[in-house]
Ligand binder design. Structure first.
Ligand code: BTN
Length: 326
């Protein structure tokens, strides 16, 4: 709704309250359109007061997320991204996969204020209550071979952890392969779903999903995850945090993605690795092995010195921590 952006700009620049009539006249639209735009802006989190006989005032930008708010903070390398913001969807992954199947072009971003059926890895669900987190997916049309699709997830983890530092000044770490941790607990999950082209050995498309807990859900995290999950803020987060974070993650990610084969993201990833040096239990299917993590190699595989003395590298699997490295 382009008129929202115009109304917002007008309110941002106004020294005093502006009536709906005045805004409508200046924009050459009906008063009803202005009223609808103001309501939409309020739904998106902008705090706008309306006083009879005076008009509208922008009180604060609140925790608003809109396509134009995100675009405002994007770096120039990402100006070609198309951004859609929805109030509620089942899952941003599901919606973009449907669009991917229909042939939609890549570099399309979908952000939702709430997901009713948020998806996690391994068929798990992902809690996504209204305005508690940043829930974002990106439809990509990568030209890399399918076996390199893991790099999309790795690059996204590095991009997200780095963006959190820039926007919030909070230090986070990456728990291989795709979780971001804050103060020892998970604050972000990443899920990449790919549609393979068996003839070329490449990907028709990939949908990368990133979910960051900004605040705990109203009433706290569900009991099953309250020991392992946390949020970036315990109190009211700063204004525009979700829009700024979305833009910074996207800008970082696109920089890595546009040159994925150079693996420039690996330096950031390793620097922020949560597991390196820790004693872990590694599980794949019903086989579990224990050992110490030595490194993450250049192909984003986990390098583990097993208790048996053997050193193994893993592409995928579940890791739990035995005890901290001393
Ligand atoms: C995980 O930790 O298992 C991955 C969680 C991924 C969550 C994000 S939120 C945005 C996107 N939409 C979804 O339904 N899931 C991903």
């Amino acid at each position: 709704m382009a008129i929202c952006e115009d109304v917002l700009k007008m309110l941002e620049n106004a020294d005093e309250a502006m009536s709906g009539e005045e805004i409508a006249q200046r924009l050459g639209v009906s008063r009803n359109s202005v009223w609808k735009a103001v309501n939409r802006l309020k739904e998106e989190g902008y705090k706008i007061s309306a006083v009879t006989n005076k008009g509208y005032t922008l009180v604060s930008e609140g925790d608003s997320v809109s396509d134009f708010a995100v675009k405002k903070y994007l770096k120039s390398n990402s100006s070609n991204l198309r951004i859609i913001v929805r109030d509620e969807v089942t899952s941003t992954q599901t919606v973009l996969k449907e669009l991917g199947d229909k042939g939609e072009a890549g570099n399309l971003i979908l952000i939702a204020h709430r997901q009713t059926a948020g998806k996690g890895r391994l068929g798990r669900s992902f809690e996504a209550p209204k305005n508690s987190g940043l829930y974002m997916s990106i439809l990509l049309r990568p030209t890399i071979p399918a076996e390199k699709a893991l790099f999309i997830t790795t690059a996204a983890a590095a991009a997200t952890s780095k963006a959190i530092k820039t926007v919030t000044d909070k230090e986070t770490q990456i728990k291989w392969v795709n979780d971001v941790y804050y103060q020892g607990k998970k604050i972000c999950g990443i899920l990449t779903e790919a549609n393979l082209d068996f003839e070329s050995g490449g990907l028709n498309y990939a949908v990368l999903g990133i979910g960051v807990n900004i605040t705990a859900p109203p009433g706290g995290f569900p009991k099953e995850i309250s020991d392992v999950a946390t949020a970036l803020y315990t109190k009211e987060p700063p204004e525009q945090i979700r829009a700024k974070l979305a833009a910074e993650i996207l800008s970082n990610f696109m920089e890595y993605y546009n040159d994925l084969e150079s693996k420039a993201f690996m330096e950031e990833y390793r620097k922020r690795s949560f597991l390196t040096g820790r004693e872990i239990v590694f599980t794949q299917g019903n086989i579990s092995e224990t050992g110490r993590v030595l490194d993450i190699d250049d192909n984003a595989r986990l390098v583990v010195k097993l208790d048996s003395g053997e050193t193994k590298t893993y592409m995928a699997g579940e890791v739990s921590i035995v005890k901290n490295f001393t």
